[in-house]
Design a protein around this ligand. Structure first.
Ligand SMILES: [Zn+2]
Length: 410
């Protein structure tokens, strides 16, 4: 069977990177499950030769992944702060008020919408993971437990709802049918409304070797030019863009109806488009070099771990993020190299990483173990983590990041 492009249906023939077989990166394993079978799926990423959308073949149904999701946004302080600043800036830019409606797609535990609620702006959250949505509802944030797409957008407009702002952070990559999703945005958006969508920037992923951000839960990976083409197919124009430091480098694109000419296309959007074209984002060869870069990263991490362990050093992990699971499974790193990892999320503590079965302990375990090296798996939060864990230096411990390549931090 030939798999076709999620967006344009061209048969997928070109590999972007093949990370082998991997378990679902959010399927943390409990002690009772340790001796049971664990499903592994191919983590093979393709690039479409005609629209340059980078994408996974779909093996796992979204309802299996997202109905009991372990990630609570509010656990990462810098992320909550990032979204607070966004809420204030966009409220001012769009002059939102008590007659407006802000809809967030994949609203998680209400980490963003709570800021609009505080400013008396009506909100609606849409969140398919029931356990997470319940937390939001408990905080007074109206939340629908649904997947977003054309059908839900029609239901909401039939109820007289039109959104002045639709936002979504880290949802686009997780959408199994990108056409249905973007059509939904167009239907729900008020004639002069704005959509802002944040997603990891493919050009940065490639330049900085962030292959560990690839997992089954992320079906597609977007450049600005690919996103622009997809939105344009649904009569939405990307009229502005911001480059953000979050998740190793993200884009926040601003979309409006094609007919809404009150918002001209910004120089930032034109400049980024040109920069991507210059970087080869519309040429197949650019994508075909990525796989070799990834293999070299694996060799570097294993070199470091082998030398450290041969020298009798103790290595532990920090964090149990999805990206850590891609990295550790691809590199074959288990408790033979990393004794344990720690995570602040009580949901994950006491469980084991999928596939590698490295135990997840509370952060205090690092103080007791006094390791020589702490491998920071959520490297995008490395500054925050190093300041929280500054005491590691007291016994001469050092921090290591695996991406863009293995490096001991000074
Ligand atoms: Zn395509």
């Amino acid at each position: 069977m030939t798999t076709t492009c999620l967006f344009c249906r061209t048969p997928l023939r070109h590999t972007f990177v093949d990370l082998g077989m991997s378990p679902l990166c959010e399927s943390y394993v409990s002690a009772e499950q340790l001796n049971s079978m664990e499903p592994f799926y191919p983590l093979h990423v393709y690039v479409c030769e005609s629209c340059f959308l980078v994408q996974l073949e779909e093996f796992v149904s979204p309802s299996d992944i997202f109905t009991e999701y372990a990630y609570f946004s509010s656990y990462a302080e810098s992320w909550v702060e990032h979204m607070r600043r966004y809420a204030e800036a966009i409220t001012q830019r769009l002059q939102l008020g008590d007659k407006s409606l802000v809809v967030e797609v994949a609203s998680n535990d209400g980490y963003l919408l709570q800021h609009f609620v505080r400013m008396n702006i009506p909100v609606l959250g849409i969140e398919p993971a029931a356990n997470v949505a319940k937390v939001a509802t408990g905080k007074g944030i109206p939340t629908l437990v649904r997947f977003f797409g054309e059908a839900l957008a029609h239901e909401l407009t039939r109820d007289g709802k039109k959104a002045d702002l639709i936002c979504g952070a880290n949802v686009l990559a997780q959408v199994p049918d990108v056409n249905d999703f973007v059509r939904g945005l167009r239907i729900l958006l008020a004639p002069d409304g704005v959509v802002t969508i944040e997603f990891p920037h493919l050009m940065r992923l490639m330049a900085e070797n962030q292959f560990d951000t690839i997992y089954h839960e992320h079906f597609s990976y977007f450049s600005f030019v690919a996103a622009e083409r997809i939105f344009a197919a649904h009569e939405l124009v990307l009229f502005d863009v911001e480059e953000l430091p979050t998740h190793g480098g993200s884009l926040r694109v601003y979309a409006r109806h094609a007919a809404d000419e009150s918002k001209p296309v910004s120089s930032r959007a034109r400049e980024l488009r040109q920069r991507e074209i210059d970087a080869g984002m519309l040429r197949l060869e650019t994508y075909q070099h990525f796989g070799e870069q990834v293999k070299e990263t694996k060799r570097k991490l294993l070199d470091f771990l082998i030398s450290a362990r041969r020298a009798g050093k103790k290595v532990v992990g920090y964090g149990a993020p999805g990206k850590g699971n891609t990295l550790l499974n691809y590199c074959g790193v288990r408790t033979d190299f990393v004794d344990f990892t720690v995570d602040r999320s009580t949901y994950k503590q006491g469980k084991f990483l999928p596939g590698t079965h490295i135990p997840i302990l509370p952060p205090e375990a690092i103080r007791e173990a006094k390791p020589d090296y702490v491998l920071i798996l959520p490297w995008n939060f490395k500054d925050e983590i190093m300041s929280q864990m500054a005491y590691v230096r007291e016994w001469g411990g050092r921090f290591v990041v695996p991406i863009p390549e293995t490096r001991v931090l000074e």
